[in-house]
Design a protein around this ligand. Sequence first.
Ligand SMILES: Cc1cc2nc3c(=O)[nH]c(=O)nc-3n(C[C@H](O)[C@H](O)[C@H](O)COP(=O)(O)O)c2cc1C
Length: 186
Amino acid sequence: MNETLEVIRSRRSIRAFKPEQINEEELKEILEAGIYAPSATNKQPWHFTVVQNKKLLNRLSESFKELARKSEDDYVKRVGENEKFHVFYNAPTVILISGDNTNHYAAVDCAAAMENMLLAAEALNIGSCWIGFIAYLLNSEEGKEYLKELGIPEGYKQIHAAAIGYKKVNISKALPRKENSINYIR
Ligand SMILES: Cc1cc2nc3c(=O)[nH]c(=O)nc-3n(C[C@H](O)[C@H](O)[C@H](O)COP(=O)(O)O)c2cc1C
């Protein structure tokens, strides 16, 4: 099979990582893939923040869980109550993508950048998991101080995040995909 198609097929959400850090070259390649994503009218309404500070990642996870415990959503609440749960699965690198509040397509463009990065990671045999949960915290009242600490630019809000690191597990089997989601009109 074509190499790119193979990467698309084999990417899985990885939720267990080795503690060692990915190397700088690999990190650069992943970020570069992000910024080469398409964006509506080429506005590139994104900002990438790489966090490799374990203490900060742990604090973010604990604050997320504290907030999750107050959620009215049962699933989110249970996640917050799970002592073992870490919102980034203890990955050594987390990339946050924040989006320009004034751009209508920011969430879509940032998602395109995110998927490019996950595929680049897979191409390098690096594990990744898209983390939507952390936006609950970072876009909340409690998250405001973190936005400052993280240096998220004024006028940007947290949109997507990825946990990245060397895979501790290899998942080859994809979760079942919905059938009948394609219609042909010829
Ligand atoms: C917008 C979005 C948000 C997600 N947020 C989370 C998350 O917070 N935590 C998590 O473990 N997985 C998260 N995922 C990963 C999905 O659970 C995963 O992609 C899906 O179950 C399919 O599995 P696969 O990625 O292995 O194909 C998210 C995926 C997307 C697209």
